[in-house]
Design a protein around this ligand. Structure first.
Ligand SMILES: CC(C)(COP(=O)(O)OP(=O)(O)OC[C@H]1O[C@@H](n2cnc3c(N)ncnc32)[C@H](O)[C@@H]1OP(=O)(O)O)[C@@H](O)C(=O)NCCC(=O)NCCS
Length: 335
């Protein structure tokens, strides 16, 4: 699916993020499985990640991020009429985490549902929220992306354990006079779905002994990721009549520094335009892009008028890009 946005312009008018307090370093992991700080840094660029407390579920990560985003937009939960939570680790299969969140925020007039598109979930949710607000079906949407992947990891499997972390981010989408989202490109390749799965988590029966742990064919996912980060970015830029040179801030999914480096080289971005925080959070799935946006906001890179390109990819296999003209004034220190 690809297209330029039509209808009334819509933009991000509030932004917030939350990462659990507990920091788990590579050395901490080396005490749990047979790995090392050197291996993890060399193969992934990750130095540490955040891990949710026992008592924390997805809605607990979403709530502070959402409150921050609403405050930034100058709104309260009551002003919101659509809540989408992109996650693969909802509090439970139902009720939707979005419904629980709406209740906590006092969004009594809001439609609320969860969206599952793996690590690409936030990009899919942005596209839906944008389209609903642009068409007038919704007035103000809250889009949350986040995951508590530590709950679905096999803590004895070094090949997956070292890659992931917990975190969430949230944005408010509202109509604006000009700027905002220019276009989206979203896709899925179900044939590759087997390369990144959570068996036993739904209605498909599993063999006895198979548990509800994330399973991954790392090499295949690596190849897929390096391909789609480039092709999706190129596609959305072309659809919107823009080039890489026009982009001011590039926010790729934070899975692995090597994957990001590959995309950056192929697309031709200078390093200063690329947002990277995978070293501090690992791969937080649907939390990855909003957490990276929040960091870029804090370091002063996101300013009104700047062209921002985001591309996610993940389980499905899925991918998705958004191109937008940033409209929110900077929150950053370095103004
Ligand atoms: C997982 C990933 C980092 C592995 O890196 P790699 O360079 O391909 O490493 P390989 O899988 O070839 O493994 C190399 C060796 O390291 C070992 N290894 C795997 N994990 C290890 C770890 N945490 N510590 C030490 N050694 C490890 C392997 O067992 C293998 O050993 P062997 O050669 O004796 O069999 C890489 O494939 C990757 O990033 N894939 C994409 C994952 C991803 O982004 N998923 C989410 C998408 S949303």
């Amino acid at each position: 699916m690809i297209g330029r946005t039509t209808g009334r312009p819509v933009s991000i008018t509030g932004l917030g993020s939350y990462a659990p307090e507990r920091v788990l370093s590579n050395d901490d992991l080396a005490r749990i499985v047979d790995t090392s700080d050197e291996w993890i840094i060399e193969r992934t660029g990750i130095r540490e990640r955040r891990i949710a407390a026992e008592s924390e579920a997805m809605s607990d990560l979403a709530l502070p991020a959402a409150r921050q985003a609403l405050a930034r937009a100058g709104l309260t939960g009551r002003d919101i009429d659509l809540v989408i939570v992109a996650t693969v680790t909802a509090d439970m299969a139902f009720p939707a985490t979005a419904a629980l969140l709406s209740d906590q925020l006092g969004s009594t007039e809001a439609a609320a549902y969860d969206l599952s598109a793996g690590c690409t979930g936030f990009m899919y949710a942005l596209a839906q929220g944008q389209a609903m607000v642009s068409s007038g079906l919704a007035e103000r949407a809250l889009v949350v992306g986040g995951d508590v992947l530590s709950r679905i990891l096999d803590w004895t499997d070094r090949s997956t354990l070292v890659l992931f972390g917990d975190g969430a981010g949230a944005v408010v989408l509202e109509p604006v006079e000009e700027g905002g989202f220019l276009g989206f490109e979203l896709g899925a390749d179900g044939a590759g779905g087997r390369d990144l799965t959570l068996p036993g988590s739904g209605s498909r029966a599993v063999e006895p002994g198979q548990h509800e742990f994330l399973t991954m064919n790392g090499r295949e996912v690596f190849k897929f990721a390096t391909r789609v980060l480039v092709s999706s970015a190129e596609a959305v830029l072309e659809a919107c009549g823009k080039t890489v040179a026009d982009v001011d801030v590039y926010v790729p999914h934070q899975a692995n520094v090597r994957i990001i480096d590959h995309a950056v080289r192929k697309l031709g971005f200078p390093d200063e335009k690329v947002v990277v925080n995978v070293d501090r959070y690992g791969n937080t799935s649907s939390g990855s892009i909003p957490l990276a946006l929040a960091d870029a906001d804090l370091d002063g890179r996101l300013r009104a008028g700047r062209l921002v390109l985001m591309t996610g990819m993940g389980a499905g296999l899925t991918w998705g890009s958004a191109l937008m003209e940033w409209t929110l004034d900077t929150n950053g220190a370095s103004q």
